[in-house]
Unconditional design. Sequence first.
Length: 362
Amino acid sequence: MHIPESDWKRLRRLKPIALDRSYADRSTDEHSWPIISWRLMALIPCVLVLLGTAPRGLSAQQVIDAAYRPRISEPTYPVGAGPVVLVDAGHNAFHARDEHFAQLADILLRDGYRAAALRDAYSARALAGADVLIVVNALADRDVDNWVLPTSPAFTPEEISAVREWVENGGSLLLIADHMPFPGAAADLGRAFGVEFMNGFAIVESEWDPLVFRRSRSTLRAHPLTDGQRAGERVDSVVTFVAGQAFRATHARVCPLLVFEAGVVSINMERAWEFDDATPRVPVEGWLQGAAVEPGGGRVAIFGEAAMFAAQLVGPRQQPVGMNAPAANQNLQLLLNTLRWLSRAPGVEGTASAERPPLCPG
């Protein structure tokens, strides 16, 4: 979830949503939501604009939760001895800015990885020596402050070929592309690994609430990323936040991780956060917000929402959004499991072997 400075004023066209006082008492299978209705949180930017009190920049409404520093009880690798993880900081990635990178790097370092920012274009030389590449919400230069269609590709064909070859030769990629325009910017890279991104906003429009994916409802699927390897690593529920994207697999070897239920639609806007009743809506039941695939000798994990792996404070009341949200207390474990699977940590199995093709478990 990210609202650029240039789009705050456009939020006055956001379709009103009736607030339901009873929502604060609604609970999931395991957790209760915070007191403030998430529908209200979705409306805060709109209300601020209507009152003429909207901030000039995003920072007043969406900041890193500096107090979030979760304990990692059993680090995967000895400190400073783990695989090399590069975080893309060269394609205008919002979540690779200094404060966001510091938060992610802290988790990586305390789990034993060696983390660094990659500011160069993708190439065989730039990726040499890296074990994992993390790409979050990349954008082309022209789209940084212009979230309107058409969305330009964030990567050149040469960069995509370099990443594809690197993965097939054993590298691992974590690709995260949030709501429009990020899916359009990363569409070619996703397509290279068997998924088709929809450049929209995936939500339950009547609610504008976070989405909960549960193993008990088969919207969270079995896989080494969700099962874990050691005791306590199994993930049974994951929360994503308003709003991400929907994508679909175009190759049988793409394993679903997070699957949308009925009622979720993709609102396909021409300009981010600006829509009305005439804006196209596509039902995305059965589409994905998380998947994994093993092309060649490498591994790729793909997610369609970024806040789920961050820890932010949003709105005047500093509502926790991301891994710091009480209901999302297994999101961190999913992130750790994902990194361990991508880095081939000891004891973490893939879905493929010499005897068994890389098809999905279950």
